[in-house]
Design a protein around this ligand. Sequence first.
Ligand code: ADP
Length: 168
Amino acid sequence: MENVKVVKGDITKCEVDAIVNAANTSLLGGGGVDGAIHRTAGPQLLEACKKLNGCSTGDAKITGGFNLPARYVIHTVGPVWRGGNNGEEDLLKSAYQRSLEVAEEGSLDKVAFPNISTGIYGFPKEKAAKIAISIVKEFMSKHKYPSEVIFVCFDDDNYLLYQRQLEK
Ligand code: ADP
């Protein structure tokens, strides 16, 4: 599909309407992509996040992008992988779905996603890629916004998985 793309790189450099952050429930910063986003956005992002009173796993909330090239950050919380029998798949689906709903509510056109939960949270990468791509394609077929989604892969494994899955 033309309007779903995959690139390898750093999401903090993406000039889009919104980048999605794989945050934790506190929304007060963390490691991985979350740390990189807060470092690039600057301290105003933490101030904005403090006002949101956290975020449940599977939900999403929006702030400005501050010093990022992206206009907004959609903070979502993916599940920690605990073996697969603790609702992990549904929670990951929900994290993508809620992020897309927040983008749609803001009429945001171009949205970049990291590979939510596949870093520190340990979600199996192939399973996560299949979930991410199917939720995004289904959502885009039903809504005007977002009209373009970019999967920004930081590691080679994810980049290859997404390339393979999107060729289908
Ligand atoms: P989680 O806790 O949801 O697993 P992580 O930040 O640990 O979040 O990892 C999520 C994904 O983000 C991983 O695939 C990781 O390789 C990737 N990642 C880390 N830094 C960046 C970055 N600057 N841009 C894009 N993706 C990143």
